[in-house]
Design a protein around this ligand. Structure first.
Ligand SMILES: C[S@@+](CC[C@H](N)C(=O)[O-])C[C@H]1O[C@@H](n2cnc3c(N)ncnc32)[C@H](O)[C@@H]1O
Length: 128
């Protein structure tokens, strides 16, 4: 998946001390050799006492309830090393030009509206 291509490319370029880990609740096929993949739920994974320099959350926040999104962010902050960063990628909510049929467009618009609410939650949480 896209996110794993990103962390694999970062690993290739920067040769981190520890192999980057990618997680998903569904198994990924063709996992790149220079990363570790774990099939696990994000909140469960972040409860493990490990620390990271970078936590990348890409196109996944829309799966979370508002409460669980706050849990995700709180746990992510806890898991960061000093100067560690959290990067959250999401679809552009306005004029994103994603080609889709009428029904999908309607559902997408609804989801993107919800994303805007989620962005506010993220901003508020990460300011703390
Ligand atoms: C739109 S895909 C994006 C996948 C990948 N992050 C990327 O950017 O290519 C969203 C993924 O989030 C995963 N997902 C949803 N809820 C999750 C959770 N609670 N913990 C871990 N992964 C989750 C889904 O299985 C799905 O593969």
């Amino acid at each position: 998946m896209e996110e794993q291509k990103i962390i694999s490319a970062l690993q290739k370029k920067y040769k981190f001390k520890n192999k980057p880990t990618g997680i998903d609740i569904i198994a990924n096929k063709d996992v790149k050799k220079n990363i570790v993949f774990k099939k696990i739920e994000a909140l469960k994974y972040l409860k493990k006492q490990k620390k990271y320099d970078l936590i990348l959350i890409k196109q996944t926040i829309h799966f979370f309830t508002k409460t669980n999104l706050n849990h995700l962010l709180n746990l992510s902050k806890k898991r960061l090393n000093p100067k560690g960063k959290i990067l959250i990628f999401s679809l552009k909510t306005k004029n994103n030009k994603i080609p889709c049929f009428k029904k999908m467009r309607k559902n997408l618009e609804k989801s993107l509206k919800r994303d805007e609410v989620l962005f506010k939650i993220i901003k508020k949480n990460l300011k703390k």
